[in-house]
Write a protein that binds this ligand. Sequence first.
Ligand SMILES: [Zn+2]
Length: 319
Amino acid sequence: MKIIPLSVPTPFYVGDVNVYLIKEEPLTLVDTGPKTEKAKAVLREKLRDNGVQFSDICRIVLTHAHEDHCGLAKQIRDEAKSAEIFVHEWETGHLFGRLQSEEHRRLLEKSSVPLQVFNEMRDVYLDISLLTDVLSDGDFSFLSDESELEFASGTLKVLHTPGHTPGSCSLVREANRTIIAGDTVLKRITPNPIISPDPVNSEKRFKSLAEYLVSLAKIRSYAPTLVYGGHGEPIYDYEEIFNRYVREIDERQRNVVALVSAEGVTAYETARKLFPNAIDKDVHRFLAISETVAHLDYAEQTGKIAVEMKDGSEFYRKN
Ligand SMILES: [Zn+2]
């Protein structure tokens, strides 16, 4: 099976995103790049270098619904009249305009993010949301865990690998233990768990870090020889990356728990202490809060700290 990585520019700090062309019947793209003229032109050109046009694409599979990965899905689908878009059901919250402000406002309110800070963050989201087209019901089909995508020479197995987002998926080629992992595994950076409503109960928060650790182990169980991430170079040493992630998560977990006092702290206060340089900067602020909340949730789930509600906000205390 011929999997061809195509690097496409994004306006994000992370740099280029990897789109994967699976050059086999039915001609498939895994992720698309953001909705910018530049990304579209680069992708069109790189496909052309491989003898493929947008109109030839039959299937678009999205590893998750972040704008840098799904932005062009609708435009490519519209050019390739019959192409079908696939995404996990738990990503649809993102697809209908990613940051549904009300749900996110409630989540961030619980974490004691001041309203003014939330409003500034929302302005940043609005800019980011322009980097994708909104898909409606009927525009896509669902990917489900353990299902198989058929190709002329074999199959790719879908693995639901939640964590980075609730509906993140990886694709496994079992014949040669190759995995396309989206943003679940990245060569140079540890992926950030993004604060999200729980897909099953939007009043609750998705416990991203616990899910993420399970997903990393699930990928490991395939003993992959090659992992294609959503950004950066391919990974030939998953075991090393896995150990590094676990070490880094462990260390951050200890740092977060150390910031939780006996009197009680909010998530926002903890994020300010943990990321003093990132907390006042646009998108970094959102990532800093997401990371902190993910760690506080995990510390609470594993019995290291306790949480209680006071006036609509969560207070964390040492156990
Ligand atoms: Zn992402």
